[in-house]
Design a protein around this ligand. Structure first.
Ligand SMILES: Nc1ncnc2c1ncn2[C@@H]1O[C@H](COP(=O)(O)OP(=O)(O)OP(=O)(O)O)[C@@H](O)[C@H]1O
Ligand SMILES: [Mg+2]
Length: 430
Protein backbone atom coordinates (compact mmCIF):
# COMPACT_ATOMS: atom_id res chain seq x y z
CA UNK A 1 0.00 0.00 0.00
CA UNK A 2 1.46 3.29 -1.05
CA UNK A 3 1.96 5.74 1.73
CA UNK A 4 -0.06 8.28 -0.11
CA UNK A 5 -3.05 6.02 -0.35
CA UNK A 6 -5.64 7.06 2.20
CA UNK A 7 -6.19 4.63 5.04
CA UNK A 8 -9.61 2.97 4.88
CA UNK A 9 -11.64 3.77 7.98
CA UNK A 10 -12.72 0.71 9.86
CA UNK A 11 -16.34 0.60 10.96
CA UNK A 12 -18.05 -1.83 13.32
CA UNK A 13 -21.64 -2.36 12.32
CA UNK A 14 -23.90 -3.90 14.95
CA UNK A 15 -27.12 -5.01 13.29
CA UNK A 16 -29.20 -8.11 14.07
CA UNK A 17 -30.94 -8.22 10.72
CA UNK A 18 -28.49 -10.15 8.56
CA UNK A 19 -29.93 -8.94 5.29
CA UNK A 20 -29.75 -5.28 6.28
CA UNK A 21 -26.28 -5.87 7.70
CA UNK A 22 -24.95 -7.31 4.43
CA UNK A 23 -26.51 -4.62 2.34
CA UNK A 24 -25.19 -1.90 4.58
CA UNK A 25 -21.71 -3.41 4.58
CA UNK A 26 -21.73 -3.67 0.77
CA UNK A 27 -22.82 -0.11 0.43
CA UNK A 28 -20.19 1.17 2.86
CA UNK A 29 -17.39 -0.88 1.32
CA UNK A 30 -18.26 0.65 -2.01
CA UNK A 31 -17.78 4.03 -0.40
CA UNK A 32 -14.29 3.04 0.75
CA UNK A 33 -14.90 1.87 4.33
CA UNK A 34 -13.74 -1.38 5.85
CA UNK A 35 -16.66 -2.95 7.69
CA UNK A 36 -16.86 -5.60 10.41
CA UNK A 37 -20.15 -7.08 11.48
CA UNK A 38 -21.63 -7.99 14.83
CA UNK A 39 -25.17 -9.32 15.24
CA UNK A 40 -25.87 -8.46 18.81
CA UNK A 41 -24.59 -6.27 21.65
CA UNK A 42 -22.31 -8.74 23.35
CA UNK A 43 -20.71 -9.77 20.06
CA UNK A 44 -20.21 -6.13 19.29
CA UNK A 45 -18.55 -5.48 22.65
CA UNK A 46 -16.29 -8.48 22.21
CA UNK A 47 -15.17 -7.24 18.81
CA UNK A 48 -14.51 -3.82 20.26
CA UNK A 49 -12.29 -5.44 22.85
CA UNK A 50 -10.29 -7.32 20.26
CA UNK A 51 -9.95 -4.74 17.47
CA UNK A 52 -9.77 -1.05 17.08
CA UNK A 53 -12.32 0.78 14.99
CA UNK A 54 -12.68 4.29 13.71
CA UNK A 55 -16.42 4.41 14.30
CA UNK A 56 -19.34 2.23 15.35
CA UNK A 57 -22.74 2.05 13.74
CA UNK A 58 -25.32 0.76 16.19
CA UNK A 59 -28.80 -0.44 15.53
CA UNK A 60 -30.99 0.61 18.42
CA UNK A 61 -32.99 -2.61 18.54
CA UNK A 62 -30.67 -5.46 19.36
CA UNK A 63 -31.67 -8.81 20.78
CA UNK A 64 -29.69 -8.62 24.03
CA UNK A 65 -29.58 -4.85 24.75
CA UNK A 66 -30.64 -1.62 23.12
CA UNK A 67 -28.29 0.73 21.32
CA UNK A 68 -28.21 3.30 24.16
CA UNK A 69 -27.35 0.65 26.74
CA UNK A 70 -24.56 -0.58 24.51
CA UNK A 71 -23.25 2.96 24.03
CA UNK A 72 -23.11 3.40 27.79
CA UNK A 73 -21.24 0.13 28.17
CA UNK A 74 -18.75 1.20 25.52
CA UNK A 75 -18.20 4.49 27.36
CA UNK A 76 -17.94 2.67 30.68
CA UNK A 77 -15.13 0.58 29.21
CA UNK A 78 -13.29 3.75 28.28
CA UNK A 79 -13.41 3.06 24.55
CA UNK A 80 -13.36 6.38 22.78
CA UNK A 81 -14.94 6.14 19.40
CA UNK A 82 -17.66 8.04 17.50
CA UNK A 83 -20.94 6.20 17.83
CA UNK A 84 -23.78 6.60 15.36
CA UNK A 85 -27.13 5.17 16.30
CA UNK A 86 -29.58 3.76 13.78
CA UNK A 87 -33.22 3.96 14.82
CA UNK A 88 -36.44 2.87 13.22
CA UNK A 89 -38.79 5.37 11.63
CA UNK A 90 -40.94 7.00 14.28
CA UNK A 91 -38.26 6.46 16.93
CA UNK A 92 -36.92 10.04 16.76
CA UNK A 93 -37.32 10.41 20.53
CA UNK A 94 -34.82 7.65 20.94
CA UNK A 95 -32.49 9.47 18.56
CA UNK A 96 -32.66 12.55 20.78
CA UNK A 97 -31.98 10.46 23.87
CA UNK A 98 -29.05 8.80 22.14
CA UNK A 99 -27.56 12.17 21.21
CA UNK A 100 -27.89 13.26 24.83
CA UNK A 101 -26.10 10.10 25.91
CA UNK A 102 -23.10 10.91 23.76
CA UNK A 103 -23.95 9.61 20.27
CA UNK A 104 -22.19 11.50 17.50
CA UNK A 105 -25.11 11.30 15.13
CA UNK A 106 -28.14 9.27 14.27
CA UNK A 107 -29.71 7.80 11.17
CA UNK A 108 -33.36 6.91 10.78
CA UNK A 109 -34.03 3.67 8.93
CA UNK A 110 -36.48 3.87 6.04
CA UNK A 111 -38.32 0.92 4.66
CA UNK A 112 -36.90 1.39 1.16
CA UNK A 113 -33.36 1.43 2.52
CA UNK A 114 -32.77 4.83 0.93
CA UNK A 115 -31.15 5.90 4.24
CA UNK A 116 -28.14 3.82 3.15
CA UNK A 117 -27.25 6.53 0.63
CA UNK A 118 -26.89 9.13 3.37
CA UNK A 119 -25.09 6.77 5.73
CA UNK A 120 -21.50 7.19 4.40
CA UNK A 121 -21.87 10.97 4.53
CA UNK A 122 -23.13 10.80 8.09
CA UNK A 123 -20.21 8.57 9.06
CA UNK A 124 -17.66 10.82 7.34
CA UNK A 125 -19.06 13.90 9.05
CA UNK A 126 -19.00 12.19 12.42
CA UNK A 127 -15.42 11.10 11.86
CA UNK A 128 -14.46 14.59 10.86
CA UNK A 129 -16.14 16.08 13.92
CA UNK A 130 -14.54 13.45 16.09
CA UNK A 131 -11.09 14.13 14.63
CA UNK A 132 -11.58 17.86 14.98
CA UNK A 133 -12.65 17.40 18.58
CA UNK A 134 -9.57 15.24 19.22
CA UNK A 135 -7.34 17.80 17.53
CA UNK A 136 -8.91 20.52 19.64
CA UNK A 137 -8.42 18.43 22.73
CA UNK A 138 -4.76 17.87 21.78
CA UNK A 139 -4.25 21.54 21.15
CA UNK A 140 -5.89 22.42 24.43
CA UNK A 141 -3.68 19.93 26.20
CA UNK A 142 -0.67 21.42 24.44
CA UNK A 143 -1.79 24.88 25.41
CA UNK A 144 -2.19 23.77 29.00
CA UNK A 145 1.28 22.20 28.91
CA UNK A 146 2.72 25.37 27.43
CA UNK A 147 0.94 27.47 30.02
CA UNK A 148 2.31 25.27 32.78
CA UNK A 149 5.77 25.42 31.23
CA UNK A 150 5.49 29.17 30.94
CA UNK A 151 4.29 29.49 34.51
CA UNK A 152 7.20 27.34 35.66
CA UNK A 153 9.61 29.42 33.63
CA UNK A 154 8.17 32.65 35.04
CA UNK A 155 8.44 31.15 38.51
CA UNK A 156 12.06 30.10 37.95
CA UNK A 157 12.93 33.45 36.42
CA UNK A 158 11.24 35.30 39.30
CA UNK A 159 13.24 33.19 41.73
CA UNK A 160 16.43 33.91 39.80
CA UNK A 161 15.60 37.61 39.77
CA UNK A 162 14.87 37.58 43.48
CA UNK A 163 18.20 35.87 44.15
CA UNK A 164 19.91 38.32 41.83
CA UNK A 165 18.22 41.16 43.64
CA UNK A 166 19.32 39.75 46.96
CA UNK A 167 22.88 39.40 45.69
CA UNK A 168 22.68 42.92 44.39
CA UNK A 169 21.46 44.20 47.73
CA UNK A 170 24.25 42.30 49.44
CA UNK A 171 26.71 43.84 46.99
CA UNK A 172 25.30 47.30 47.63
CA UNK A 173 25.61 46.68 51.38
CA UNK A 174 29.23 45.56 50.99
CA UNK A 175 30.06 48.45 48.69
CA UNK A 176 28.40 50.92 51.04
CA UNK A 177 30.46 49.48 53.89
CA UNK A 178 33.63 49.71 51.79
CA UNK A 179 32.72 53.24 50.81
CA UNK A 180 32.17 54.20 54.43
CA UNK A 181 35.53 52.72 55.35
CA UNK A 182 37.21 54.53 52.49
CA UNK A 183 35.45 57.71 53.51
CA UNK A 184 36.64 57.24 57.08
CA UNK A 185 40.18 56.67 55.80
CA UNK A 186 39.84 59.72 53.61
CA UNK A 187 38.74 61.79 56.56
CA UNK A 188 41.70 60.52 58.55
CA UNK A 189 44.02 61.20 55.59
CA UNK A 190 42.52 64.65 55.21
CA UNK A 191 43.04 65.30 58.88
CA UNK A 192 46.66 64.24 58.70
CA UNK A 193 47.05 66.40 55.61
CA UNK A 194 45.53 69.26 57.61
CA UNK A 195 48.05 68.58 60.32
CA UNK A 196 50.74 68.69 57.63
CA UNK A 197 49.46 72.08 56.55
CA UNK A 198 49.44 73.08 60.17
CA UNK A 199 53.00 71.79 60.49
CA UNK A 200 54.64 75.15 59.90
CA UNK A 201 52.21 76.71 62.32
CA UNK A 202 52.84 74.05 64.94
CA UNK A 203 56.58 74.71 64.70
CA UNK A 204 55.78 78.35 65.17
CA UNK A 205 53.60 77.66 68.16
CA UNK A 206 56.28 75.54 69.82
CA UNK A 207 59.14 77.81 68.82
CA UNK A 208 57.81 80.73 70.80
CA UNK A 209 57.72 79.07 74.23
CA UNK A 210 60.94 77.21 73.41
CA UNK A 211 62.67 80.51 72.78
CA UNK A 212 61.41 81.81 76.11
CA UNK A 213 62.52 78.62 77.93
CA UNK A 214 65.94 78.80 76.31
CA UNK A 215 66.34 82.55 77.10
CA UNK A 216 65.38 82.02 80.75
CA UNK A 217 67.88 79.16 81.06
CA UNK A 218 70.58 81.41 79.51
CA UNK A 219 69.78 84.13 81.99
CA UNK A 220 70.14 81.75 84.97
CA UNK A 221 73.41 80.37 83.58
CA UNK A 222 74.67 83.91 83.00
CA UNK A 223 73.85 84.88 86.57
CA UNK A 224 75.61 81.81 87.92
CA UNK A 225 78.68 82.52 85.76
CA UNK A 226 78.85 86.11 86.91
CA UNK A 227 78.23 85.23 90.52
CA UNK A 228 75.12 87.35 91.05
CA UNK A 229 72.61 84.53 91.38
CA UNK A 230 69.58 85.95 93.07
CA UNK A 231 66.86 83.65 94.40
CA UNK A 232 64.08 85.92 93.17
CA UNK A 233 65.45 85.87 89.65
CA UNK A 234 65.58 82.07 89.67
CA UNK A 235 61.99 81.85 90.91
CA UNK A 236 60.70 84.24 88.27
CA UNK A 237 62.64 82.44 85.53
CA UNK A 238 61.54 79.01 86.71
CA UNK A 239 57.89 80.16 86.77
CA UNK A 240 58.26 81.53 83.27
CA UNK A 241 59.86 78.27 82.08
CA UNK A 242 57.06 76.31 83.73
CA UNK A 243 54.25 78.28 82.15
CA UNK A 244 55.81 78.06 78.70
CA UNK A 245 56.48 74.34 79.13
CA UNK A 246 52.82 74.03 80.06
CA UNK A 247 51.87 75.88 76.90
CA UNK A 248 53.96 73.40 74.88
CA UNK A 249 52.31 70.48 76.65
CA UNK A 250 48.87 71.83 75.73
CA UNK A 251 49.92 72.12 72.09
CA UNK A 252 51.41 68.63 71.95
CA UNK A 253 48.44 67.11 73.78
CA UNK A 254 46.17 68.80 71.38
CA UNK A 255 47.97 67.46 68.34
CA UNK A 256 47.88 63.97 69.81
CA UNK A 257 44.18 64.21 70.57
CA UNK A 258 43.35 65.70 67.23
CA UNK A 259 45.29 63.17 65.16
CA UNK A 260 43.71 60.27 67.01
CA UNK A 261 41.33 58.06 65.05
CA UNK A 262 37.79 59.18 65.67
CA UNK A 263 36.23 55.77 66.10
CA UNK A 264 36.23 55.93 69.88
CA UNK A 265 35.74 59.63 70.24
CA UNK A 266 32.49 60.67 71.72
CA UNK A 267 29.38 62.37 70.50
CA UNK A 268 27.94 64.53 73.22
CA UNK A 269 26.32 67.84 74.05
CA UNK A 270 28.88 70.49 73.12
CA UNK A 271 29.12 74.20 73.31
CA UNK A 272 30.07 75.23 69.77
CA UNK A 273 32.50 77.87 71.11
CA UNK A 274 34.82 75.17 72.53
CA UNK A 275 35.91 73.62 69.23
CA UNK A 276 36.08 77.12 67.72
CA UNK A 277 38.58 78.21 70.41
CA UNK A 278 40.50 74.92 70.28
CA UNK A 279 40.91 75.22 66.53
CA UNK A 280 43.03 78.30 67.23
CA UNK A 281 45.46 76.56 69.61
CA UNK A 282 47.64 75.48 66.72
CA UNK A 283 47.01 78.52 64.58
CA UNK A 284 46.98 81.65 66.66
CA UNK A 285 50.72 82.41 66.73
CA UNK A 286 51.22 81.84 63.05
CA UNK A 287 48.18 83.97 62.19
CA UNK A 288 49.58 86.74 64.40
CA UNK A 289 52.99 86.46 62.73
CA UNK A 290 51.29 86.77 59.34
CA UNK A 291 49.57 89.91 60.59
CA UNK A 292 46.13 88.35 60.52
CA UNK A 293 43.89 89.46 63.34
CA UNK A 294 41.39 86.96 64.73
CA UNK A 295 38.16 88.55 65.87
CA UNK A 296 35.92 86.34 67.97
CA UNK A 297 32.33 87.34 68.50
CA UNK A 298 31.07 84.31 70.33
CA UNK A 299 27.76 84.30 72.14
CA UNK A 300 28.61 82.74 75.50
CA UNK A 301 25.00 81.87 76.30
CA UNK A 302 24.36 79.53 73.43
CA UNK A 303 22.57 76.27 74.10
CA UNK A 304 24.66 73.17 73.42
CA UNK A 305 24.41 71.20 70.22
CA UNK A 306 24.81 67.46 69.78
CA UNK A 307 28.30 67.14 68.36
CA UNK A 308 31.71 65.59 68.02
CA UNK A 309 34.49 67.82 69.29
CA UNK A 310 37.28 66.72 66.95
CA UNK A 311 35.09 66.84 63.87
CA UNK A 312 33.85 70.32 64.77
CA UNK A 313 37.38 71.51 65.49
CA UNK A 314 38.52 70.13 62.16
CA UNK A 315 35.72 72.12 60.44
CA UNK A 316 36.99 75.41 61.91
CA UNK A 317 40.65 74.54 61.31
CA UNK A 318 39.91 73.94 57.65
CA UNK A 319 37.99 77.20 57.28
CA UNK A 320 40.66 79.22 59.12
CA UNK A 321 43.60 77.71 57.19
CA UNK A 322 41.74 78.37 53.94
CA UNK A 323 41.28 82.00 54.97
CA UNK A 324 44.95 82.19 56.03
CA UNK A 325 46.01 80.89 52.57
CA UNK A 326 43.65 83.31 50.82
CA UNK A 327 45.62 86.24 52.30
CA UNK A 328 48.73 85.03 50.43
CA UNK A 329 47.12 86.35 47.25
CA UNK A 330 46.63 89.84 48.70
CA UNK A 331 49.12 92.39 47.50
CA UNK A 332 47.61 95.51 49.07
CA UNK A 333 48.22 96.55 52.68
CA UNK A 334 44.72 96.01 54.02
CA UNK A 335 44.14 95.13 57.67
CA UNK A 336 43.74 91.35 57.51
CA UNK A 337 41.02 89.88 59.64
CA UNK A 338 39.29 86.57 60.18
CA UNK A 339 36.09 87.10 62.07
CA UNK A 340 34.28 84.20 63.72
CA UNK A 341 30.76 84.78 65.00
CA UNK A 342 28.50 82.37 66.80
CA UNK A 343 24.86 83.12 67.49
CA UNK A 344 21.44 81.54 67.80
CA UNK A 345 18.99 81.83 64.96
CA UNK A 346 15.29 81.20 65.54
CA UNK A 347 14.62 78.73 68.33
CA UNK A 348 16.23 75.74 66.75
CA UNK A 349 19.51 76.73 65.12
CA UNK A 350 23.05 77.74 66.00
CA UNK A 351 24.91 79.66 63.35
CA UNK A 352 28.66 80.12 62.99
CA UNK A 353 30.08 82.52 60.44
CA UNK A 354 33.74 82.44 59.44
CA UNK A 355 34.47 85.56 57.44
CA UNK A 356 37.73 86.79 55.96
CA UNK A 357 38.58 89.89 53.98
CA UNK A 358 41.08 88.07 51.77
CA UNK A 359 41.13 87.47 48.01
CA UNK A 360 37.59 86.04 47.66
CA UNK A 361 36.55 83.24 45.34
CA UNK A 362 35.99 83.90 41.63
CA UNK A 363 32.49 83.08 40.34
CA UNK A 364 33.71 80.24 38.09
CA UNK A 365 35.59 78.58 40.97
CA UNK A 366 32.79 78.86 43.53
CA UNK A 367 30.65 75.88 42.35
CA UNK A 368 33.63 73.52 42.69
CA UNK A 369 35.05 74.29 46.09
CA UNK A 370 33.23 71.49 47.97
CA UNK A 371 34.29 68.84 45.45
CA UNK A 372 36.89 66.39 46.75
CA UNK A 373 40.40 67.07 45.39
CA UNK A 374 39.44 70.44 43.98
CA UNK A 375 42.16 72.95 44.75
CA UNK A 376 43.53 76.12 43.23
CA UNK A 377 46.69 75.80 45.26
CA UNK A 378 50.08 74.76 43.96
CA UNK A 379 50.86 71.07 43.70
CA UNK A 380 51.96 69.94 47.15
CA UNK A 381 50.38 72.77 49.07
CA UNK A 382 46.73 71.67 48.97
CA UNK A 383 45.04 68.29 48.72
CA UNK A 384 41.65 69.80 47.87
CA UNK A 385 40.04 67.68 50.58
CA UNK A 386 39.54 70.36 53.20
CA UNK A 387 36.12 71.66 52.21
CA UNK A 388 34.74 68.29 51.09
CA UNK A 389 35.56 66.84 54.52
CA UNK A 390 34.22 69.98 56.16
CA UNK A 391 31.00 69.58 54.19
CA UNK A 392 30.53 65.95 55.24
CA UNK A 393 31.39 66.80 58.87
CA UNK A 394 28.74 69.52 58.90
CA UNK A 395 26.21 67.12 57.34
CA UNK A 396 27.05 64.53 59.99
CA UNK A 397 25.93 67.08 62.54
CA UNK A 398 22.69 67.52 60.61
CA UNK A 399 23.86 70.96 59.61
CA UNK A 400 24.22 73.04 56.45
CA UNK A 401 27.15 74.96 55.04
CA UNK A 402 26.94 77.77 52.51
CA UNK A 403 29.31 80.40 51.21
CA UNK A 404 29.14 84.02 50.13
CA UNK A 405 32.16 85.41 48.38
CA UNK A 406 33.23 88.35 46.33
CA UNK A 407 36.45 88.17 44.37
CA UNK A 408 38.96 90.65 45.77
CA UNK A 409 36.90 91.42 48.88
CA UNK A 410 36.51 88.33 50.98
CA UNK A 411 34.62 85.19 51.80
CA UNK A 412 32.12 84.20 54.46
CA UNK A 413 31.26 80.59 55.26
CA UNK A 414 27.93 80.22 57.07
CA UNK A 415 27.38 77.07 59.09
CA UNK A 416 24.01 76.18 60.59
CA UNK A 417 23.63 73.47 63.21
CA UNK A 418 20.29 72.17 64.49
CA UNK A 419 19.64 72.27 68.23
CA UNK A 420 17.11 69.45 68.38
CA UNK A 421 19.36 66.66 67.25
CA UNK A 422 19.17 63.32 68.93
CA UNK A 423 21.82 60.64 69.28
CA UNK A 424 19.99 58.36 66.82
CA UNK A 425 20.49 60.86 64.02
CA UNK A 426 24.20 60.77 64.48
CA UNK A 427 24.27 56.97 64.64
CA UNK A 428 22.39 56.79 61.36
CA UNK A 429 25.21 58.77 59.82
CA UNK A 430 27.94 56.62 61.19
N1 LIG B 1 38.39 81.55 52.40
C1 LIG B 1 38.72 81.31 51.12
N2 LIG B 1 39.11 82.31 50.31
C2 LIG B 1 39.41 82.07 49.02
N3 LIG B 1 39.37 80.85 48.44
C3 LIG B 1 38.98 79.82 49.18
C4 LIG B 1 38.65 79.98 50.57
N4 LIG B 1 38.30 78.77 51.05
C5 LIG B 1 38.43 77.89 50.02
N5 LIG B 1 38.83 78.50 48.91
C6 LIG B 1 39.04 77.89 47.59
O1 LIG B 1 38.50 76.58 47.62
C7 LIG B 1 39.47 75.62 47.23
C8 LIG B 1 39.19 74.32 47.92
O2 LIG B 1 39.40 74.43 49.30
P1 LIG B 1 39.75 73.12 50.12
O3 LIG B 1 39.91 73.52 51.53
O4 LIG B 1 38.75 72.07 49.80
O5 LIG B 1 41.11 72.64 49.50
P2 LIG B 1 42.52 73.32 49.62
O6 LIG B 1 42.51 74.35 50.70
O7 LIG B 1 42.90 73.79 48.25
O8 LIG B 1 43.43 72.11 50.03
P3 LIG B 1 43.43 71.38 51.47
O9 LIG B 1 43.05 69.98 51.18
O10 LIG B 1 44.81 71.53 51.93
O11 LIG B 1 42.44 72.07 52.33
C9 LIG B 1 40.80 76.25 47.58
O12 LIG B 1 41.85 75.74 46.80
C10 LIG B 1 40.49 77.71 47.25
O13 LIG B 1 40.63 77.96 45.87
MG1 LIG C 1 41.74 73.86 52.65
Amino acid sequence: MSKRKKKREKILLVEDDHGVAFLTRENLEEEGFEVDLAYDGSQGLEKLNQNSYDAILLDHRLPDMNGIEMMKEIQRRGIEIPQIIVTGAGDERIAVKAMKSGAYDYVVKTGDLSYLVALPITIRMSLERYNLAKEKEGLERQLKDYTLLLERKVEERTKELLELNENLEQLVREKTKELKETQAQLVQAGKLAALGTLGAGVAHELNNPLTVVSAEADEILDAVNHGYLDQNLVVVSAQNIKSHAERMRVIIDHIRQFARDDKNSEWKKISINDPIRDSLILLRTQLESLGIEILLELDENLPKIWGHHNKLESIFQNLITNARDAFKNIKDRRHKTIKIRSYQKDRDKIVVEVADNACGIPKDVLPNIFNPFFTTKDVGSGTGLGLSITHSNVKEHGGEISVISKAGEGTTFILTFPLERRKKLKTSNE
